[in-house]
Design a protein around this ligand. Structure first.
Ligand code: G4P
Length: 534
């Protein structure tokens, strides 16, 4: 098969939701229906075994949250589907944002009783910024939940785009009778239980209205009425509008009961886009020039969107998660990390099947490949087998809280630096080194990040540290049009300057007014709340 036909049959998407909406359940059912796993419960089982093999994830277990996001590949209807899970806890939102840079579409799961919740809202914002198409799944219809019209209204408001219902619920909770597929004009009858396969559900055409009425009574008529209202008030289906992230198709169901799930899996294949082009910069005569990389371009190129310490604490190796952007990966091929120009020699290269990691035979645009290395790879790095290009767009957010690191045993300074450097490269935390010297600063977006880092420094690097509060409450990355202007600024605030793990200069703030005052004093300096890996 050609590169183009391989990439056309790929779908790479992320599941986004607020904790408890049913993301894990739905993921499991998608895997089940694609044949990737045989028994329900396997995904949760995997979660549990991961805890057992990794100490630092003890934190995750204690708090019942998902610190690490994972990747799963499956095949369905002759398509290769790459599903990326996103950590639900708000303190790990940065990690999630980066995962969203690696996908071509998103599946939003909402709890029909709770509607669009806070965590989902933030994720939606990121999808909106990137014009990522979103499919919506309204889950838990087997419970007493909100009126579906009300939910549609909320989704429209929160997403800022019209909804187009694809399926419509008949009743809810105890009276939940099933869903009407608006496209086939038929009703799929609900039956509780987690053993059901899609083909087990009874399907009755709407043309047999009398039969449906006899069976579901007033609930059926009410559903028809509200469906009519919904259709009247909603946008007409337009694939182009969906691809342009200007419309979301909405499905209803109950993940735990395997119900309404196949419709979503089919939508991923039929509606979601295959891998698209990605922007990068190419150095031509040492000058950066914008270059668009197409999935079917022959050269291999990929971008590291996540780095994770390997679970085995005895081996200090890490897995770099690479989203393939073009060409084909084959074992043994020569690749370079473009930031350093160094050859990448991974100890293993894996793909992520639902339950296991397997050696990669080949990978194409859209696929996620894990390179196990002993270092030399950072978040945002571009890996190619040829041209010196660098993908853009991987976001780093200015930390909103800071702590100073105090090492209890000064003899472990070297290990502390090594640990902080590696954790910084992974994006677990942002590490700032004050230009004027003194203790390292840790910057985070969420409090929990500090706890994870403290724990990992202890268990993986044998560094017992104390974290102390400090006066800083924010940071801005600094650029200037000329070196002289930058120097002038640095001289004015010598105690406020620090460098992050990528050696980018930042201005540390003690209050929101700091930036404003500094900006007034130095109108030519640019203060950036977000740094894109460049
Ligand atoms: P998350 O990954 O988004 O955090 O959610 P998860 O799938 O773990 O689901 C959260 C809870 O909601 C689970 O119950 C799950 O069984 C339940 N759930 C998921 N889908 C449905 C649904 O369609 N209907 C109903 N009624 N419940 C659903 P739990 O009690 O927290 O866990 P468990 O003991 O059932 O595994």
């Amino acid at each position: 098969m050609s590169y183009a036909s391989e990439t056309r049959r790929r779908r790479t998407f992320a599941i986004i939701s607020h904790p408890d909406a049913g993301k894990t359940t739905l993921t499991e059912k998608l895997l089940l229906f694609s044949g990737a796993i045989q028994i329900a419960g396997a995904v949760k089982g995997r979660k549990a075994s991961r805890h057992a093999t990794s100490d630092w994830m003890e934190i995750e277990k204690q708090r019942g949250i998902s610190v690490a996001s994972s990747v799963m590949q499956m095949s369905y209807r002759d398509h290769v589907i790459n599903l990326l899970d996103t950590p639900g806890h708000k303190d790990f939102s940065e990690d999630t944002y980066r995962v969203l840079t690696a996908v071509d579409s998103a599946l939003m799961v909402i709890d029909a009783a709770n509607g669009v919740e806070t965590q989902t809202r933030r994720l939606i914002e990121v999808c909106r910024q990137r014009d990522t198409p979103i499919i919506t799944f309204v889950n838990k219809m087997d419970r007493e939940v909100r009126d579906p019209l009300d939910i549609l209204d909320e989704v429209e408001r929160e997403l800022g785009m019209p909804c187009c219902p694809m399926t419509w619920p008949v009743g809810q909770g105890r009276s939940f009778g099933g869903i009407i597929d608006l496209r086939t004009q038929s009703m799929t009858v609900f039956q509780p239980g987690s053993e059901k396969r899609p083909e087990d559900f009874e399907v009755i055409p709407l043309s047999e209205a009398d039969r449906l009425r006899a069976r579901f009574g007033q609930t059926f008529d009410d559903a028809l009425e509200s469906m009519e209202l919904a259709v009247g008030a909603s946008a007409e289906w337009s694939h182009e509008q969906f691809l342009a992230a200007k419309l979301t198709p909405v499905f209803f169901g109950s993940g735990v009961n395997n119900f309404g799930v196949k419709e979503v899996l089919d939508a991923v294949v039929d509606m979601s886009p295959p891998p698209g082009p990605r922007k990068s910069t190419l150095l031509v005569n040492k000058q950066p020039v914008e270059k668009v990389v197409h999935p079917e371009d022959p050269g291999f190129a990929g971008v590291v969107f996540k780095v994770q310490a390997n679970m085995d604490a005895n081996h200090r190796d890490r897995i770099a998660f690479v989203r393939v952007a073009s060409g084909k990966y084959t074992p043994g091929m020569k690749m370079r990390v473009q930031r350093t120009g160094k050859e990448l020699r991974p100890t293993s290269v894996v793909t992520f099947m639902s339950q296991r990691r397997e050696a990669v035979e080949e990978a194409y645009a859209g696929d996620i490949v894990g390179f196990t290395t002993h270092g030399g790879v950072q978040l945002g790095d571009t890996i190619t087998d040829g041209p010196a290009l660098q993908f853009t767009g991987l976001p780093f957010f200015a930390p909103e809280m800071f702590m100073t690191v105090v090492l209890k045993n000064p003899l472990r300074t070297k290990q502390l630096h090594e640990g902080l450097m590696q954790l910084g490269e992974e994006g677990a935390i942002q590490v700032f080194k004050p230009e004027a010297g003194g203790n390292m600063l840790l910057g985070a977006v969420g409090q929990l990040q500090f706890e994870v880092v403290q724990h990992r420094l202890n268990t993986e690097y044998n560094c017992d540290i104390r974290l102390e509060g400090c006066q800083y409450t924010g940071a801005r990355w600094i650029t200037a049009d000329t070196p002289a202007e930058l120097r002038e600024f640095e001289n004015a605030y010598p105690m406020r300057m620090a460098r992050d793990a990528a050696n980018t200069l930042a201005f540390l703030c003690t209050s929101p007014y700091d930036v404003r005052l500094a900006q007034e004093r130095f109108p030519k300096i640019h203060f950036h709340p977000l740094r894109e890996h460049a």
